[in-house]
Each structure stands twice: as C-alpha cells, then as structure tokens.
Write a protein that binds this ligand. Structure first.
Ligand code: PLP
Length: 455
C-alpha cells in the first residue's frame, strides 16, 4: 500500500491504508474518489490484496467462477471500504460539485476525458454505485439509472432513431411503450411496425432496409409471452439492427438478455429491482459506448434519479435474490392452483407447461417470475367480485414489490382503450393480473381460494 497517492490534479494524500485513503479523498471530493480519478492501478491492486480469499465449498477448492447473482449484487462493483469506513454507501445529496479555484475549472474543462463530477444532471456517486451493481447483475459493461421505466425505453429509442428510420415493436409490450412508438415517434418521421412479439418469422418479414431497432419485452405484460432471445439477437445482428429488450418482468435473477446477444436491456426499476413500491426509476444496461451515448442524452432530457432514491434502490437490491426466489416459488404454486380451479377459465404463467411459450421460457429463464394472469370463468363483474374479496392483495396498477397487488387490466391500464380494440389484444373484462408479493405462499393460496368462492 503506498503511503502517498497523487491525484490527477496533483493533490497529494498521505495515508497508510486504503480506508484512510478513501476517507481522505471523500473529504477532498467524493466525486473524485467514486468516479474513478484515483489511480486505477493503485485502487485495483489494493482492493485485490485486501479482499483476496480462497474460495472453498464443502471443504474443497472451487474453480474460479462467476459469483451468483445474489453475491454479485452485494459485492461486485462496490467500493470497499466506503468513505469514513461506512458499511453502507454514502448518499451524496448535492446538485453541484465545487472547484478549488479557477485553474481547476479550466483544467477540468480542457481535459480530454472527464475526471470528476461537475453538476448533478451529469452524474452522482450514489447513483453511480447503483449503476455498477445493476451492470454487474446483468453482466453488462455499463448501466445508466434513469428517472422511470418509461425513460429507460424512451431514451434509447430517442438516441437510436432518426427521421426516416423504421422501428419494429412487439404487440404485447407495455401499453405506454406502444403509445410512445405509435403516437410520438411517428410525429418525428419514424415509421413503426407492430408484430406478434413471439413470432420471429413475422419479425423477419417486417424488416426493411431502414429498420434500425427492434424493441420487445419478455415476458410480456399481461400474457407473459416470451421472445426467443437468442433467435431474436441472431436475426437482428444478421441485418445490422439493434435490439432493446424490456426485461422488467423477469429481473436479472431470472433472465439475462445480454448473455443471449441482445444489445440493450431495460428495466422499470420501480418494480422488482427496487422492490418496495415506494419509488420510480429505470435502468438501461449494455456496452459502455452505447451507455455513454445514452448518458449524454440523459443530460439533455434531464431524466435523472435523485441520490436518495438511488440509495433506496441500493437497499432494495440487497434483498433481490431472496425476494425473487420467494416470488418465483409462490407464483408457480398459485398458477398451478388456479389452473385446476373450476372457477378459472385460463391461466398464463410461463412456468406452466400449458403456456404457449413454456419451452422458450425453460430455455432462457432460471425462474418464471412473480406475475400470474388468469381469466375468471365468468364476466367482468365476477372478476371484480373476486378482486374485491381478496384480503391480502392490494388493488394497484404496479407489480414486483413486496406486497401482492392485483388488478383487472380492462379497467386499469386499458380503461381508455375502446373495448373492441382491447378485446382484439386479448384484454377481456374478466382478465386479472396478480403480482405475487413475498407473503407466505400458503396464506396467499388460502386468500385466493376464499375469494374464488364468491365468484
Ligand atoms: N416496462 C414494463 C414492462 C412495465 O410494466 C412498466 C410499468 O408498468 C414500464 C416499463 C414503465 O415503468 P415505470 O412505471 O417505472 O415508468
């Protein structure tokens, strides 16, 4: 461990341990420390020495391998130790970063690459820490945390598409994503073709010489349709088209689109990743050059996340593995139960062999997620009676958090869509979407069983 470290702008820090060094640097300017202006080699070699362990499993040496996602989210890309020896990362609640003097401003502005932070819309250390965790979870090069899931969809499309370009979009993607493509992008001279999400031959048939991007979701909302990620990536690459996958319903615990060759993966962090129904955010993960280009337009559009919200995301991420295991387990049990119940007409859950995309889901997912959609054997009012009889589930238009949520899409997200139009999309009056929380599985099953009795 060196006892003198010279920072980029020639300030010298005296210290004997990495912890002291980080605390010193934190006093000088957290941005310097966390945005990587410390000499990289010093940081890396010191961290390696301080965290080196001999992995063992059942008393045997394990070959070096990628840690599991629950371990990655806690350990990868994380500054160790944090400033002031804090166990948790600091919330750097600032809108702007200060400069020592005018010369420092000029040096910063003239540097070929940014070595520190300047203004909150262009970066924040607390946000950057969460981005590193999310990139590690998806095993992508970089991540950009944005203000909502919608920003995670709209910013890449605004970056990648120009007037005269063509976009292909899956028909079962999030309602607002389709509204953005069809009602907004078309105003700027982008043409849009909607295709059945899971039909690769329909996607191929829709490709034109000016197709730039294919955007799809898997599993979809609310029918949990699954796109063959490898097949889609191969097809798109053959034609030089970029792929953007909204993987919100899966989470990186259940599915990693980048590992199948997809270019960009987006999540509504609002849902599983933050996990507590108490904030809105989104993330895009992919190669560094694309993410840096996105960061630039994020600075233009201003779709940033507040540092306090970033800290809450960090906190939520720490229990992601536990939450997702429980939600996967309960949702599968509930889907199986509903499928055998006489008052249920049909169930959509990718973990059920009856789901049309079960083979694809098995191929590319580790778990099938926490959302189950089903039709009550009855009409809309019968479905409403079921919903109102539930004791544990809250009626709310979201998903993925610790609380079980329920809703009828026909009178929630599709309330303003003409009936014929939504029926054509399969959104019947009696369709119900259940987002399974982390309550005990048996309690959820009991609650659903008693509510079905009133149908
Ligand atoms: N993508 C999917 C699959 C969603 O379900 C949602 C919201 O429900 C979004 C994106 C938008 O996310 P947000 O509400 O965080 O903007």
């Amino acid at each position: 461990m060196p006892d003198r470290v010279i920072l980029d702008d020639e300030r010298i820090v005296e210290c004997s341990t990495l912890t002291d060094l980080l605390s010193e640097v934190f006093f000088i300017g957290t941005a310097d420390c966390l945005s990587g202006s410390l000499p990289e080699a010093v940081m890396r070699s010191t961290i390696d020495q301080e965290t080196q362990t001999t992995p063992r499993h059942n008393g045997h040496h394990r070959e070096a391998q990628t840690p599991g996602p629950s371990t990655r989210v806690l350990h990868q890309g994380i500054q160790r130790p944090q400033a002031f020896h804090s166990l948790t990362p600091p919330i750097v609640q600032t809108a702007a970063y200060t400069f020592e003097n005018t010369e420092a401003v000029v040096r910063f502005k003239s540097a070929p690459a940014k070595t520190r932070l300047e203004y909150g819309r262009y970066g924040n250390p607390t946000v950057q820490g969460v981005e590193q965790r999310l990139a590690a979870l998806e095993e992508g090069e970089a991540a950009l945390l944005v203000s909502s899931g919608m920003a995670a969809i709209t910013l890449p499309l605004l970056l990648l598409l120009s007037q005269g370009d063509h976009l292909i979009i899956g028909d079962d993607t999030y309602h607002r994503t389709r509204v953005f493509a069809n009602d907004f992008l078309t105003r700027y001279g982008v043409s849009v073709t909607t295709v059945p999400t899971t039909d690769l031959s329909a996607i191929e048939a829709a490709i034109r010489p000016n197709t730039r991007v294919i955007v799809a979701e898997t599993p979809t909302n609310p029918f949990l349709r699954c796109v063959d990620l490898q097949g889609l990536a191969r097809l798109a690459r053959t034609h030089g088209i970029l792929t953007l996958i909204d993987s919100t319903f899966a989470t990186p615990l259940n599915q990693q689109p980048l590992l199948h060759g997809i270019d960009l993966v987006a999540h509504s962090v609002t849902k599983y990743l933050a996990g507590h129904n108490d904030l809105l955010a989104g993330v895009i993960v992919g190669d560094s050059d694309l993410i840096e280009a996105l960061r630039d337009i994020q600075g233009l559009f201003g779709a940033v996340v507040d540092p306090s919200a970033a800290y809450q995301i960090h906190r939520g991420l720490q229990t992601l593995g536990l939450r997702i295991s429980q939600q996967n387990r309960s949702a599968l049990a509930i889907a199986r139960f509903l499928e055998t119940h006489p008052k249920v007409r049909r169930v959509w859950y990718p973990g059920l062999p009856s789901h049309p995309d079960h083979p694809v889901a098995r191929k590319q997912m580790r778990g099938f997620g926490g959302v189950v959609s089903f039709e009550i054997a009855g009409d809309g009012p019968a479905a409403s009676r079921f919903v109102d009889a539930l004791q544990l589930a809250h009626i709310a238009p979201s998903l993925g958090g610790v609380d079980t949520l329920v809703m009828q899409p026909a009178i929630m997200s599709y309330f303003d869509t003409p009936r014929e139009e939504r029926l054509a999309l399969g959104i019947t009056d009696e369709l119900i979407r259940l987002s399974v929380g982390i309550e005990d599985t048996e309690d959820l099953l009991d609650d659903i069983e008693q509510a079905l009795e009133v149908v």
